[in-house]
Ligand binder design. Structure first.
Ligand SMILES: [Zn+2]
Length: 681
């Protein structure tokens, strides 16, 4: 019996893949990896890149090729058997990686290669493989002397536990809360879908009426649409005190965990030689120094806050005159903003949908890629996938028709498929010896499927989502780096990795681009100008308030980690207050405990890194400005973007790639313009 996960085919054999193949394949790949490591360490002659690094990189890639179809299917076509096999394999791989990252002998072999006199003669990419590997070893604590080394390992284990507990407490506190409603009048204003969910929640609990929960879609629907002010206030209070000392159940209170997480992060950073956890965070980012991050956020704050203030005054006026809400409270904001948006623009999602049929949108996206990056995209219907909705496409270089890459596109929501949209790696570009391996991507979305014989009609937001994920896909697929560790998006600094994705989104707002694909599903007519103007107007709606909120999160996160002092503890809410004093226009009540459920920074890996979202947006907006300056279809600019940004992966620092594309350092103005704030200074 052959195991499809162990055959080195160009594409995974989805037709033959079964859950029982997973365990033997992963065990085999990990054993091969271990053998490669042992062989290198046992051979005193293995002291150069080809003999010591390449075999290990190859073994790591072989594992990820076997595992990627498994984790992908777990996300998009799960079954109880597959889920069990996936979780067991994941545990095996995590344990293996943890062990390997603590392998001091291997670290010393990497270090010896970097110190060889001929190291400089290696290619840029090969040097980046070694240097990134060394950096990761050091950040993992393997280079430390005892007792620091053992202490660092203890801290890592302890932090992993605390962060998981933090997340769990937020989930448990949210799940423990419910609000039964018997009077339909209380729910007035809620959209039909939210009402259906609330009804189903009640039925699940065998209760009459409806049950509201703190799951995000329910909370957002109530805050945005419920006319009952008391109801909004009740839910706001429950949400804003989750997992805190103000919450219902002290067992879920995260206060002590947050203090410990901050203390241990600071200590770990100190052990590695960094002044703070914020300094440590920047070791894998594009931003150079904490001051650079703070200056960037402060500058943006100074420009956004006046606009946010004007927007808030306008909203207050509207709420008082039109909604009878005299003192605008925090639980009124989303509700009032949505009513203002409706009354001012009168644009609903449904107005645009007939102009955005999936087949045309996809064709427009592909034509855009041809015009900009010189690639042709062709469907290969003969390639077997995991579901009839999922299709396979090949990416060819225009002119030569040489295959470059491929991708699976699985666009529609269905049962058993994880929500959201993402790009994931199926195979990485690699060249080990003579064999060349092409990069293959998975592009997954959850759009509403076609109904009847009509094609799927997308919302405008879904179109930008498709472009966004396709931007990540191009980054992966058009890489010219032959080493998976640093090819495509792999190893790219966290605060720069959203550049290609956010960049591509920008095209959706351009009239000439829309005219390529936004055609009425029945008549083929272009989007009427009146609708286009409304769409443009909504783009900047409350942009200032949105920005200052992001800045509040980013500054709070960064300052808290930067200024941590073991003598004084976390000072979590005093830091948050000071940041709000500086940038916020809305001040929540004193009893709110926003940070107690801020999973991004206490559990999600965004610690001292929340600023990355805005940082990457500066890059993507400025990169897009190169196209508005040169012409949206300018092939020279497209070729330069492909060559200097998409092709190079992490073989050089993102700042150098950006400068090579733009001919200068990034500027803030295009970002401000994209928020409609260009006049604010
Ligand atoms: Zn993204």
């Amino acid at each position: 019996m052959t195991n499809p996960l162990l055959q080195d085919l160009p594409l995974p054999d989805f037709a033959e893949l079964r859950a029982e193949h997973v365990a033997p394949a992963i065990t085999e790949r990990l054993a091969q990896w271990q053998t490669a490591v042992d062989a290198v360490l046992a051979d005193p002659q293995a002291v150069d890149f080809a003999s010591a690094i390449a075999p290990i990189e190859q073994a790591a890639d072989a594992l990820s090729r076997s595992f990627s179809p498994v984790s992908h299917l777990h996300s998009v076509a799960d079954s109880p058997e597959l889920r069990a096999a996936f979780l067991a394999a994941l545990e095996q791989i995590t344990a293996f990686n943890a062990e390997l990252s603590q392998n001091q002998a291997l670290y010393e072999r990497f270090a010896a290669i970097a110190e060889r006199p001929d190291f400089a003669e290696l290619s840029l990419a090969q040097r980046a493989v070694v240097n990134d590997g060394l950096r990761d070893f050091r950040l993992g604590g393997v280079a430390l002397e005892e007792p620091a080394r053992t202490r660092f390992r203890q801290i890592s284990t302890e932090l992993a536990r605390l962060q998981a507990e933090f997340e769990q407490a937020v989930t448990d506190a949210s799940d423990a809360w419910q609000l039964p409603v018997n009077d339909e009048q209380t729910l007035a204003g809620l959209p039909a879908a939210a009402l259906r969910t609330a009804k189903a929640e009640a039925e699940r609990r065998e209760l009459p009426g409806w049950v509201l929960t703190l799951r995000a879609p329910c909370y957002i629907a109530v805050m945005t649409h419920a006319r009952d002010r008391q109801l909004r206030q009740t839910m706001y209070k429950a949400w804003q005190t989750r997992a805190s000392d103000q919450g219902a159940d002290p067992a879920h209170d995260n206060t002590e965990r947050m203090e410990q997480i901050l203390r241990l992060r600071h200590e770990a950073a100190n052990l590695l030689g960094f002044d703070s956890a914020a300094h440590r965070s920047l070791a894998t980012k594009m931003a150079g120094t904490p001051q650079e991050v703070i200056d960037f956020l402060n500058d943006l704050g100074a420009r956004a806050r006046p606009a946010a203030g004007i927007e808030l005054d306008d909203l207050r006026e509207f709420a008082a005159s039109e909604l009878d809400l005299d003192e605008l409270q925090p639980w009124d904001l989303s509700y009032a903003a949505e009513r203002l948006k409706e009354s001012r623009f009168g644009l609903s999602e449904d107005d645009l949908k007939p102009y955005l049929p999936m087949p045309r949108v996809l064709q427009g996206l592909f034509e855009r890629c041809t015009a900009l990056f010189g690639v042709r995209i062709v469907e290969r219907p003969e390639v077997a996938t995991w579901h009839p909705d999922a299709r396979y496409f090949e990416v060819l270089d225009q002119g030569t028709d040489l295959p470059r890459a491929g991708f699976y596109l699985d666009p529609y929501a269905r049962a058993g498929k994880r929500g959201g949209a993402w790009m994931d790696v199926c195979a990485s570009r690699a060249r080990f010896g003579q064999t060349a391996q092409l990069p293959i991507a998975y592009l997954t979305c959850n759009f509403a499927p076609p109904s009847g014989d009509q094609p799927a009609l997308l919302t405008f937001e879904e179109v930008t989502t498709l472009f966004h994920e396709f931007g990540h896909g191009l980054h992966h697929m058009l890489t010219e780096v032959d080493w998976p560790r640093i090819g495509g998006i792999s190893g790219v600094e966290w605060d720069a990795v959203e550049l290609p994705s956010q960049f591509l989104e920008n095209f959706c707002w351009e009239r000439s681009v829309l005219d390529q694909f936004a055609r009425h599903v029945d008549s083929g007519e272009k989007l009427p100008d009146e609708l286009y103007q409304k769409l443009l107007a909504t783009r900047h709606f409350h942009a200032g308030m949105w920005l200052v909120r992001q800045l509040e999160f980013a500054l709070f996160d960064f300052q808290m980690h930067l200024h941590y002092d073991p003598q004084q503890g976390g000072r979590i809410y005093s830091t948050l207050e000071a940041v709000r004093e500086q940038v916020a226009v809305v001040r929540p009540p004193e009893w709110t405990r926003f940070a107690h459920a801020f999973g991004h920074i206490f559990a999600g890996g965004y610690d001292a890194g929340y600023y990355s979202y805005l940082w990457a947006e500066v890059l993507s907006a400025d990169a897009f400005a190169a196209f508005t300056e040169a012409g949206l279809d300018d092939p020279g600019t497209g070729a330069r973007f492909r060559r200097e940004i998409l092709a190079v992966g992490a073989s050089r620092p993102a700042a150098e790639s950006f400068a090579a594309f733009r001919g200068r350092e990034p500027k803030l103005e295009p970002l401000l313009a994209s928020y409609g704030l260009q006049d604010a200074a």
